[in-house]
Design a protein around this ligand. Structure first.
Ligand code: SAM
Length: 349
């Protein structure tokens, strides 16, 4: 007989479970348990971040990628993908526009595009920091060497997002070609943290071949690694990938996991990801109500937004207008949260 009550009490008391306990919690999730943990997560977040929701301006700098992750629409071998790369000037224009709209964090994300050498990226980071010294710069450009990360940090980058994707080497191996190794991904995450970045890991929910056990292992990894940020969002199939017929991951389970992560790591910066919510549904609001405290509106130029298609039907409306931000603020206000104009750094507790 599984003692779920004991598991939940242990989670709330110790902020830690064994892999087996995480697995049982996931497998035996009920709407009542989900609501209980959601309320606890919300309470914990409010003690640290109040009702603030931080916004990050996402700039999708390039969809050119040397990797071939089997689930990703911009994987290198997808010949149907129309490739683009923003110029430094275009990226800086996105920041200028974003700053006016109230963004104080810019996230530069892209495929592993060899054009963005350390020299190119360091120049860009330095330019953004000199124009906007009150802003944080987040990078999400994949796996690089220790020295490369160090140079980017020294140039002024504050945060780095690198989802670990799957800590199980067996699952990681089914999602990626053999030259990509989980050991390397984890080493990158260790390096980022050691260098001093606010570091983010994370994974997709409902990824092909993923089981409750795999998710439990990912939660245990997150508990031990203690990232400052954690990106958890549903897997969504893309028509030009191996997994085009695989079902979309569950938004409900994603919200449940967001609550668990908030309980385990009270201070974590937790986005309600774009895959979770669209302008048309209330996914982002549900994510925030489940313990998330970050949203990442898109600041990329309209001409390229549809091309950064990681998955099918990704929304390509952006945050480029004051009206969009006003709508986001109104939506969050309706559920009791306040979108703030702030760097929104990690709070050490
Ligand atoms: N190249 C960088 C990297 O590897 O971290 C950043 C870009 S990568 C496209 C960003 C994230 O998109 C990945 O970490 C992955 O979890 C997510 N992603 C890719 N394909 C997806 C899909 N089909 N559904 C949901 N998320 C996806």
């Amino acid at each position: 007989m599984i003692d779920l009550k004991n598991i939940i009490e242990k989670l709330l008391r110790e902020r830690s479970l064994s892999v087996e306990e995480y697995e049982q919690l996931i497998e035996h999730r009920t709407p009542e348990i989900q609501e209980l943990l959601r309320c606890e997560a919300d309470k914990i977040r409010k003690t640290i971040y109040g009702n603030k929701v931080y916004i990050r301006g996402l700039i999708e700098v390039s969809n050119i990628c040397k990797n071939n992750c089997y689930y990703c629409g911009i994987r290198g071998e997808n010949t149907n993908c129309q490739r683009y790369r923003l110029t430094a000037d275009e990226i800086l224009e996105c920041c200028d526009k974003g700053y006016e709209l109230g963004f104080r964090t810019f996230v530069m994300q892209g495929g592993e595009d060899g054009f963005f050498t350390d020299e190119v990226m360091c120049d860009l980071v330095r330019e953004i920091k000199s124009r906007y010294p009150d802003c944080a710069v987040t990078l999400s450009l994949g796996e690089r060497s220790y020295e490369s990360y160090k140079r980017l940090y020294n140039a002024g980058a504050d945060r780095y997002l690198l989802r670990h994707e799957a800590v199980s080497s067996q699952l990681y191996g089914r999602l990626h070609p053999k030259e990509m190794k989980i050991e390397n991904r984890l080493q990158c995450l260790e390096n980022l943290k050691k260098i001093g970045f606010q570091t983010g890991c994370g994974f997709m929910v409902g990824a092909p071949h993923q089981t409750a056990r795999h998710i439990a292992e990912d939660l245990k990894f997150i508990e031990n690694f203690k990232p400052q940020m954690c990106g958890i969002g549903p897997f969504i199939p893309h028509k030009d990938t191996t997994f085009k017929d695989y079902p979309k991951g569950s938004a409900e389970l994603t919200c449940f996991l967001l609550s668990i992560v908030r309980i385990v790591l009270p201070s974590v910066l937790l986005p309600a990801t774009t895959a979770l919510g669209t302008a048309e549904n209330d996914g982002r609001e549900r994510g925030i109500l489940s313990g998330a405290n970050v949203v990442m509106p898109n600041l990329s130029p309209e001409s390229v937004r549809a091309k950064y298609a990681l998955y099918d039907n990704k929304i390509s409306t952006g945050a480029e207008s004051a009206q969009h931000i006003a709508e986001l603020k109104a939506k969050m206000a309706r559920i009791g949260y306040d979108v703030v104009c702030d760097r929104g750094d990690y709070v050490e507790k």
